[in-house]
Design a protein around this ligand. Sequence first.
Ligand SMILES: [Zn+2]
Length: 153
Amino acid sequence: MPATLVIRSSAIHAAGCYTTTPIRKGARIVEYDGPRITKDVADERYADRFVTYLFGVGDRNTVIDGFGAAMFINHSCNPNCETQEIDERVFVVAIRNIAPGEELTYEYNLYDSDEEDQPCYCGANVCRGTMFSEEEIRRRKRIAARTAKAGRA
Ligand SMILES: [Zn+2]
């Protein structure tokens, strides 16, 4: 039985995606679907927007311009879902059993952002305080270290 999803206000961020039916661990819940655009087009289109619904796929030069329920799923550092990419399609999959009424969340693992930071307010006790991926945090530290070195030269 497919999960029934509803969009309503969320404590994490303006709106969230909730299930009204139980979801089993491992179930594929919803596809993160929408038009595919290049990263350059996305940067241009959303340059002035604070909130965007973009999801990088494949070589990371392509992003999905989110459309549908999946784009309302918020980030959490203690999520109940994860995303799986299969042939450049992105699916939201349950990583534990989810009860009716629960908000669906996954880790955004943001990367390659022009933002200074993408602070996280998910409220999980394991909250990392940022929506950036570990990889992105390491990349930023490397750049910061290089900049500091150049400054001293
Ligand atoms: Zn968090």
